[in-house]
Design a protein. Structure first.
Length: 341
């Protein structure tokens, strides 16, 4: 028995609800995010992955740009060797970073090698344009080679993703940080449609229009930053950003239930119909996130009250990806329904 299993009671993975993707694959509604290398070491995050799987997690969200896939790959290999689970019981996501869009198949193979896997359950285009910035760069950084969204370049990358499915290296493909306008521009050119769209979603930024669009088109929304990421990097903090766990509605429900406000944010995400991928290296927190997927769901009245938290507070603005001539970070998000050029 691992030390973590003697300290905490593991969740039965079968108790965690799952969403059925268009391929028929099951995606657990709570996964462990692994972006935290600005505050924690790669080994600390890998240890969290290992212990989270021991405690019942079966969904792990990875990305090459996080810089920790080799360590996570060893963690996954260790728990499989221990007999905690089989590879087939895990749902592992990878993502192609912006500087690898022209060589997506090669980038995916590097991820597979680092994660010590023969296939990925899901592979995403991390951002819909190949505008590169160095990991951890200052929020004011700009790359002079950045360009606005290009249908042709996006579809070149998407066709490579489709080839990965055909080759058996990836079971599902999807998008991240997309907009309705961008989906509309490329939809008819796709052979394999996106299984998911990863998007920022939390009570103060609910993205109802995009969420509904995804659901209508059989794209499962995966919400990142579900509690508003109060400890996100300083470069992603701006004046006026909302703090979800401090909103009166979340506070009131948490107080009435005697739980931390973060728990309410996770429960809101589940009742809202999304998959959520909170990050934590602390067992008490990531175990709570997992149990929140099925224990004591929000009432309809509580859920309705959280609609009032919506204030359009986008926390990941993406300003480092702006191109010369772009007027504002909002140009990245096509808020008027038109792709900015």
């Amino acid at each position: 028995m691992s030390d973590i299993s003697s300290q905490y009671t593991a969740v039965n993975p079968a108790d965690v609800p799952a969403k059925i993707l268009r391929s028929g694959d099951k995606l657990p509604t709570v996964g462990l995010g692994t972006f935290g290398s600005d505050r924690f070491t790669h080994d600390e995050i890998a240890d969290a992955v290992k212990n989270a799987i021991r405690l019942g997690y079966r969904h792990i969200d990875c990305a090459a740009v996080y810089g920790n896939e080799k360590q996570i790959g060893q963690a996954i290999a260790d728990v499989i060797a221990e007999g905690v689970c089989t590879r087939e019981e895990l749902f592992i996501t990878g993502k192609v970073w912006n500087d690898r869009h022209r060589e997506t198949e090669k980038a995916c193979q590097e991820t597979l090698d680092d994660l010590q896997l023969d296939y990925l359950d899901l592979y995403l285009i991390h951002w819909p344009f190949p505008n590169y910035h160095a990991p951890g760069c200052d929020g004011d950084s700009r790359n002079p080679d950045s360009k606005p969204f290009s249908v042709e370049e996006f579809m070149d990358t998407w066709k490579q993703c489709e080839a990965l499915v055909e080759a058996g290296k990836v079971r599902n493909i999807g998008t991240s940080n997309m907009t309705i306008a961008k989906f509309d521009a490329v939809w008819d050119k796709m052979t394999i449609y996106p299984a998911v769209n990863e998007m920022e979603m939390h009570p103060c930024f609910q993205q109802t229009e995009l969420f509904n669009y995804c659901m209508k088109n059989q794209i499962q929304p995966i919400g990142f930053m579900p509690i508003g990421s109060p400890t996100r990097p300083d470069r992603d903090v701006a004046e006026g950003d909302a703090v979800d766990i401090e909103t009166p509605e979340i506070q009131a429900i948490a107080k009435a239930r005697g739980v931390h406000p973060a728990v309410i944010c996770i429960k809101w995400a589940i009742k809202n119909g999304q998959v959520t991928i909170p990050f934590s290296v602390h067992p008490v927190e990531y175990l709570s996130n997992l149990t929140s997927s099925f224990q004591d769901p929000l009432t309809d009245e509580e859920f309705a009250s959280i609609k009032n938290c919506e204030c359009g507070s986008r926390l990941v603005k993406g300003q480092v990806f702006l191109w010369e001539g772009a007027k504002h970070w909002k140009d990245l998000w096509d808020e008027d329904g038109v792709i900015a050029q």
